[in-house]
Write a protein that binds this ligand. Structure first.
Ligand code: CP
Length: 321
């Protein structure tokens, strides 16, 4: 791809924030993936620390639960020698009525260099970014985007298959409520992969035509010949009303099993961003099969990707110091 090839010449990542994949050019995505690749080996060494962000302050501000994203951002910041603070939202002044904007302005007054924010409302992280002077990273906002997860997934695929361009990727399950799906659709399309959504009609976004993806409502059709099968968590907590007859019926029709996976290419890779519900959207033994499943690779690469994002977003700040 021409746009990607230009990266080697004179372009480099210069975004102020990472709020979504939507605004990233293919060469910028490639630059982040290349940077992250370099951190994978470092993270496997006994000595994992680098002084790159020494003196900088990173605040993690998670308004929704997280295991993978919050922990990997904390590790990423610490491995690059930043001072990392995890703000405890449940015991913060927000419980006394302080607004999101006032919280942002308050934290900004303490001169952080990076804010990593997860929020239950789409657009909340972008809103917060308009009220602070530091870099803001979207760690997942409502149903909108989860850009670092899409970068993690792309790096996982690239390391396993050697490419993104030309692959056929099935994204299966609760696409409607998934910020991971949206960021992955944008990233995979930008990098020349074909995306097929496989979901019941009730769990396909109403604006799906805008994304230029294929849609299948049956796993046999949807998985036919695909290179990658990404399974999404059924987000029961975001569902108002009846989207499914029952969880049992859902697993029967859409849960990924070895039988359903047999429709994909023989070496098709199984992925899940986590947290996963075994026996709901995926069979537990398949998820644990390291020959087919890259789920723990995704977790491992999460730290490297977040180190790369922290490096890229603080580059100008570090160079100006
Ligand atoms: N994939 C993901 O965002 O997981 P967490 O909710 O554990 O961060």
């Amino acid at each position: 791809m021409m746009a990607v090839m230009r990266a080697a010449a004179d372009l480099r990542f210069s975004e102020r924030h990472l709020l979504g994949i939507e605004t990233l050019k293919p060469w910028a995505i490639q630059e982040l993936l290349d940077l992250a690749d370099g951190y994978v080996e470092l993270n496997r060494q006994p000595e994992k620390k680098r002084p790159l962000l020494r003196g900088l302050t990173q605040i993690n501000l998670f308004f929704e639960p997280s295991t993978r994203t919050q922990t990997s951002f904390e590790l990423a910041g610490k491995r690059l020698s930043a001072d990392v603070v995890n703000m405890a939202v449940r015991t913060s002044a927000m419980q006394k009525g302080e607004t999101l904007i006032d919280t942002a302005v308050t934290l900004n007054a303490m001169h952080p260099d990076v804010l990593v924010v997860r929020h239950e409302h789409s657009g909340a992280v972008a809103l917060l970014a308009r009220h602070v002077e530091c870099a803001v990273i979207n760690a997942g906002d409502g149903r909108h985007e989860h850009p670092t997860q899409a970068l993690v997934d792309a790096l996982t695929i690239r390391r396993r298959t050697g490419r993104l361009e030309g692959l056929v990727v099935a994204i299966c399950g609760d696409v409607m409520h998934s910020r991971v799906a949206r960021s992955n659709i944008l990233l995979l399309a930008a990098m020349g992969a074909r995306v097929r959504l496989v979901a019941p009609p009730t769990l396909v976004p109403t604006d799906v035509a805008l994304y230029g993806v294929e849609v299948a409502h049956d796993m046999a059709d949807g998985l036919d010949g695909v290179d990658i099968v990404m399974v999404l968590r059924l987000q029961l907590e975001r569902m108002e009303g009846s989207f499914l007859p029952s969880v049992r019926e859902y697993f029967h029709r859409y849960g990924l099993t070895r039988e359903k996976l047999a429709r994909a290419k023989p070496d098709a890779l199984v992925m899940h961003p986590g947290p996963m519900n075994r026996g709901v959207e995926i069979d537990g033994t398949l998820a644990d099969d390291i020959e087919r499943s890259a789920i723990l690779d995704q977790v491992e690469l999460g730290v490297a990707v977040r180190m790369a994002v922290l490096e890229a977003l603080t580059r100008e700040l570090r160079e100006a110091a």
